[in-house]
Design a protein around this ligand. Structure first.
Ligand code: NAD
Length: 701
């Protein structure tokens, strides 16, 4: 005959709903029928005592939730970890539980007061698997479970709760004596469900429906072959009883009003687990990261927190030193906790993208060989647009060809053994390469951003803000000023554009810019060249007369005729040289011997002989064309602007002009701080730009 389970309960003499700290309590303030609550509690207590040894702790006036004894502590192997309640309303319960446990010879292990942990509510021992299921994300923190694992020397399996209604793990998850788990899947995030599925075989899993979960059917207590629960459907009852136990429905409606029932009312005192096998790493991973920059005014700290939480982790700010003056940087050290090593590996790259560095003695980057051509090892480090250093043989090496979404290939000179690192696209990887894997030994340098006020600020604005007309005027003037300075120092400006530039009458302005030396490379698709040439040959763009704005009869065929003429001439340059094309963007490029790359797409008519239909080659030529660019003007081509943005390293000024703010936001998402978004008509933008340049440099434009 197995020993009876041993429980602690607290009488509901002072139970009521006096505050709202979970969604169940909302609207139920002081609506508890105390007499009924007492009756329900007594009924449950009497039934439980038939098969369990139940001790009772005296309630305390003013602590209405003390009745939910499960939250007071975790008791395991004769040791007790008292709760650290998240809400101040419940904090005074702790000394009462702690004192009772100490008086009854439990060894007390306290957690720091800042690390929330709500006892068995969020820590369910599972002796059949020798693990402690640990809920976090609403009340208890993940750090707490890492500490509990170490304090009690047990293996914890953290599960992230994502539905505020199931604020404690025991409201949506319980384990029967035979190892059957009754749980409500929607209360967990995806990685947590995978953990449950990995540890609990299908025949031991009972998923509760939403209706059952809301009846608190997962909040069970088992004793003497009976499973006590508030209420459930007959279907769920049958499934539970199939495991060989009896379901004892125990109406606890007055406690359900505040979000608790059977499981919450008892604290199990006689659970034990063995230490995990030696060498098995604790599942909860912790790292400290350092981050410096304009953390407050650029909202970087919020992004750090979001990045951690979105990937299932949690954080604790260990230190924060704010910059005192406007130009000072702030510094912070943050402890990041993740439920598994794999999740930590998902969190860290996101933090590094924000400029964080893993704080630990410096280690070399881990290098892994490429085993399949054109692919990287599973956990390869994927690059950002920011300058990146890699630590190899104790030396920091700056990565060449910086771009986003690449792997870092490390090569060593056979004679000197000096290592170099460079970004390499997945498709270019081969089996003789080794690439950087994981996140150790990598430093990402986020450039300092100008923090000047006033007009400079407007110069920095991103796509998020839709520019007003006056703002456009100011912004364009500043762009013009910057372009003139780049030109003066013989820098490089690249234009990326689509056919909208032609449709909106921007051709003559763009042509003027090219002829005045403001464009050093030109990127686009088939269409921009086709419509530019159509405009020259027929005066139309997509069949619309550009001077009168009306559709010309038969005009819809003009673009295909233009393509045909260029194909017959053997390409754009030949057509220009033969005098077939007499004006426009392409003519100005050819005249000025300015390199252009036209990248093909599935939509392309023709295509023009110049259009590269081999996209890998087109990407390569684009990348070549933007090498060394100081500024890239991205004018109304989502496809080509985003394509170019992805291959551009940080530090290059990106000016994105589009009528649709979403395109600008998309570009800004790559994290560049040098992006300027101008939401306006591209034809007007170009006209204004030329005017501003004329005002600045009348002799040149
Ligand atoms: P795209 O959708 O990538 O970009 C067009 C962008 O222009 C959009 O972001 C849109 O918001 C913006 N826009 C629209 N009106 C604007 C205005 N008045 N001012 C500022 N921005 C404005 O399309 P795309 O670059 O035109 O074409 C995608 C691909 O299809 C290209 O490779 C192109 O060459 C090809 N294409 C080929 C043909 C052809 O061969 N005949 C015709 C059309 C497109």
């Amino acid at each position: 005959m197995p020993a009876q389970p041993h429980y602690l309960m607290v009488r509901p003499d002072f139970y009521d709903i006096e505050y709202t700290i979970n969604p169940w309590m909302r609207g139920n303030l002081r609506r508890v029928d105390r007499a009924l609550a007492l009756e329900q509690w007594e009924f449950f207590y009497r039934n439980l005592t038939q098969a369990a040894d139940v001790q009772v702790l005296e309630p305390v006036e003013g602590l209405p939730d003390m009745v939910f004894a499960a939250n007071g502590a975790l008791v395991l192997n004769g040791k007790a970890v008292p709760a650290v309640f998240r809400y101040p309303q419940r904090r005074d319960e702790k000394p009462h539980f702690q004192a009772w446990l100490a008086d009854h010879d439990f060894e007390i292990h306290k957690l720091p007061e800042t690390i929330y942990f709500e006892g068995v509510g969020d820590a369910i021992p599972d002796p059949t698997r020798n693990v402690l299921w640990a809920g976090y994300g609403v009340r208890s923190t993940l750090q707490a479970h890492g500490l509990v694992a170490r304090l009690l020397d047990v293996e914890v399996l953290p599960l992230r709760l994502v539905d505020e209604r199931f604020y404690h793990l025991d409201t949506c998850f319980s384990v029967l004596e035979d190892g059957t788990a009754i749980y409500y899947p929607q209360a967990f995030d995806r990685p947590s469900l995978l953990v449950i599925e990995r540890y609990v075989p299908p025949e031991k899993r009972i998923e509760a429906s939403t209706a059952d979960a809301l009846k608190m059917a997962c909040n069970t207590v088992e004793a003497g072959g009976r499973v006590f629960l508030n209420d459930c459907s007959t279907e769920l009852q049958a499934r539970i009883e199939n495991t060989g136990v009896k379901v004892a429905r125990t109406d606890l409606s007055q406690f359900v009003l505040s979000g608790g029932s059977c499981g919450c009312l008892v604290l199990r005192l006689d659970r034990s687990l063995s230490p995990p096998p030696k060498g098995r790493p604790s599942r909860v991973e912790e790292r400290e990261i350092d981050i410096a920059g304009h953390l407050i005014d650029h909202n970087i700290m919020n992004s750090v927190f979001d990045t951690v939480v979105e990937k299932g982790g949690s954080f604790e700010v260990l230190e924060m030193i704010p910059g005192v003056h406007k130009e000072d940087m702030s510094r912070a050290r943050v402890k990041v906790t993740a439920p598994t090593a794999a999740q930590m590996h998902e969190i860290l790259p996101g933090l590094m993208r924000l400029g964080a560095r893993v704080a630990r003695p410096e280690v070399d980057a881990r290098l892994e060989p490429v085993d399949i051509p054109g692919t990287a090892p599973e956990d390869f480090y994927s690059t950002t647009i920011y300058p990146t250093d890699v630590r190899i043989d104790g030396e920091w090496t700056r990565c060449a060809d910086q771009r986003m979404d690449a792997a870092i290939v490390v090569e060593k000179d056979p004679l000197t053994r000096i290592a170099t690192a460079r970004c390499c696209l997945l498709r270019d990887l081969d089996t003789h390469h080794v690439v950087v894997a994981g996140t150790e030994g990598i430093r990402v340098r986020i450039p300092k951003q100008s923090r000047d006020d006033g007009e400079q600020e407007s110069f920095q604005f991103m796509g998020a803000s839709v520019s007003s007309e006056r703002r456009v005027d100011v912004t364009v003037e500043q762009i013009a000023w910057e372009m003139s300075r780049i030109r003066e120092r013989r820098g490089k400006i690249v234009v990326v554009t689509g056919p909208v530039t032609v449709h909106t009458g921007g051709t003559s302005s763009l042509e003027a810019l090219i002829r005045a030396g403001y464009v050093q490379a030109f990127l686009g698709g088939n269409a921009v060249a086709v419509h530019d040439i159509e405009r020259d040959l027929f005066g139309t763009s997509l069949g619309v007369d550009l001077t009168r704005g009306v559709v010309v009869e038969g005009g819809h065929r003009h673009h295909i005729r233009a393509i045909n003429r260029i194909r017959r001439a053997g390409g754009i340059r030949k057509a220009v040289e033969a005098g077939i094309v007499k004006s426009g963007i392409m003519k100005a490029l050819v005249d000025g011997n300015i390199p252009y790359v036209l990248a093909g797409s599935i939509r392309d008519d023709g295509p023009l002989p110049d259009t590269l239909m081999d996209l890998v080659e087109a990407q390569r030529q684009y990348q070549e064309a933007i090498r060394g660019a100081d500024m890239i003007l991205m004018l109304s081509s989502m496809l080509h602007a985003i394509g170019t943005g992805n291959m551009t390293p940080a530090g290059v000024r990106l000016i994105c002009v589009d009528i649709n703010p979403a395109v600008i936001t998309k570009l800004a998402d790559r994290g560049s701080m040098e992006s300027v978004g101008v939401v306006t008509d591209v034809g007007l933008f170009l006209k204004l730009l030329v005017e501003k340049l004329q005002a600045l440099e009348p002799a040149k434009v």
